[in-house]
Write a protein that binds this ligand. Structure first.
Ligand code: SF4
Length: 235
């Protein structure tokens, strides 16, 4: 929901409550029962973590119009994430690229098509998994995310993962692996082995965009994904 629509809805609800309260004072108790006021997530509350969302949709609505970091100034769309809210497997990338920014959807374009092929080979589709990024807004020129941007945005990823509660996480590329595992080890040393993020087994692997430039990386990625498939079939 856009900020404007949200505030308009809130205004209408407030006016409705005021009318009902007036009618109650005039003795119309029997025709109405005022509902207990529901806590309503405002953009500010959700951004400050004051209100804990119960669903991904609530979290996404609370993120609308986010301006917690400077990436908000140039983005076209917040790319929240997409897929199955009850996914057993969540894939986490770095940040939306240009095409994702245009469409508001994660992993489209050539890297996204390659990711779809990897999922297909695993006998999975986008409807089975959930795909998101550490940062929800596009860094200009695909530059590396900056520390203040990560600090501002990472809590939303944490909330996403807490709401989905996946059995497994796969990080795509160096940045997501290093960020979730709080390490500076290179991706070549991290991939291929199981790690843990807040109690959830995590497999780092190469980013599909890297595979487009370095096709030799496809074999190790497939080895990593075979480990993921084995674990999914065990659980
Ligand atoms: S990157 Fe995250 S914190 Fe920064 S403006 Fe976008 S949604 Fe908000």
């Amino acid at each position: 929901m856009s900020d404007k629509l949200y505030h308009e809805c809130h205004e209408v609800i407030s006016q409705g409550r005021a009318i009902l309260e007036d009618l109650q004072q005039w003795g119309f108790e029997s025709v109405m029962k005022l509902p207990d006021e529901e806590p309503v997530a405002t953009v500010g509350q959700a951004q400050q973590g004051v209100l804990t969302p119960n669903t991904l949709a609530e979290l996404e609505a609370g993120l609308s119009g986010c301006s917690l970091c400077s990436l908000s100034k140039q983005r076209k769309n917040i790319v929240f994430g997409a897929g199955n809210p009850q996914a057993r497997l969540v894939l986490v990338g770095e940040a939306p690229g240009h095409e994702e920014d245009e469409k508001g959807y994660p992993f489209i374009g050539e890297a996204g098509k390659l990711l779809d092929k990897i999922l297909l080979a695993m006998n999975l589709s986008r409807e089975d998994v959930y795909i998101c990024n550490v940062l929800k807004c596009h860094p200009p020129g695909n530059r590396d995310p900056q520390a203040d941007e990560i600090a501002a945005c990472e809590p939303f990823l944490k909330q996403q993962l807490a709401l989905i509660q996946p059995e497994l996480i796969v990080t795509l590329g160096r940045f997501a692996a290093q960020e979730l595992l709080k390490t500076t080890k290179p991706i070549g040393k991290l991939r291929g082995q199981w790690h843990e993020y807040e109690g959830i087994p995590l497999m780092p692997t190469f980013h599909p965009a890297y595979l487009l430039r370095n096709p030799a990386g496809k074999r190790p990625v497939w080895e990593d994904m075979k480990q993921v498939m084995q674990r999914l079939s065990r659980n």
